[in-house]
Design a protein around this ligand. Structure first.
Ligand code: SF4
Ligand code: SF4
Length: 139
């Protein structure tokens, strides 16, 4: 029997609560993230660095303003969506949830966008199917 394709909304629909953009630190940006963000903002590397990044040695993160990422606004959410770091695009579907139910429960608790009705087993079945279907799974 042919397998019915899974859709992202089976396990996740962003509630746009903004909580993953809050806090005193952000994900770090790898080299590709940095280039994509620079291109999206249409500024020079130096300008982006001065205005938006917190650079500590080799680690590049986004600046924090009022306890949230500098790109977050209450009305529009992420203002650099296309140029956001890949880890932001991956969230909350972190592969660690497949390995450990506690990781699943912890992440589900912090993200209301995850389908709260699914058991861990059912969530993993759909998540694995999505990973097989997509080259790059972005939320
Ligand atoms: S990914 Fe989750 S925590 Fe982040 S805005 Fe969407 S629902 Fe909220
Ligand atoms: S880049 Fe966008 S999605 Fe990532 S933390 Fe900042 S506001 Fe949130």
């Amino acid at each position: 029997m042919k397998k019915i394709p899974a859709t992202l909304s089976d396990i996740f629909t962003c509630a746009r609560c903004g909580s993953c953009c809050q806090g005193e630190t952000t994900v770090s940006l790898d080299q590709d993230d940095q280039e994509r963000m620079i291109a999206e903002l249409g500024l020079t590397r130096q300008e982006v660095e001065e205005k938006y990044w917190r650079v500590t040695g080799n680690v590049v993160q986004m600046k924090i303003v009022d306890h949230h990422c500098i790109f977050y606004t209450e009305n529009t959410g992420c203002t650099v969506h296309v140029g956001r770091p890949w880890r932001c695009g991956q969230w909350p579907l972190h592969p660690s949830m497949l390995a450990d139910e506690n990781n699943f429960l912890t992440i589900r608790e912090s993200c209301p966008g995850i389908n709260q009705e699914l058991s861990w087993e059912e969530f993993c079945r759909i998540f694995k199917q999505l990973l097989e279907q997509e080259d790059k799974l972005l939320c």
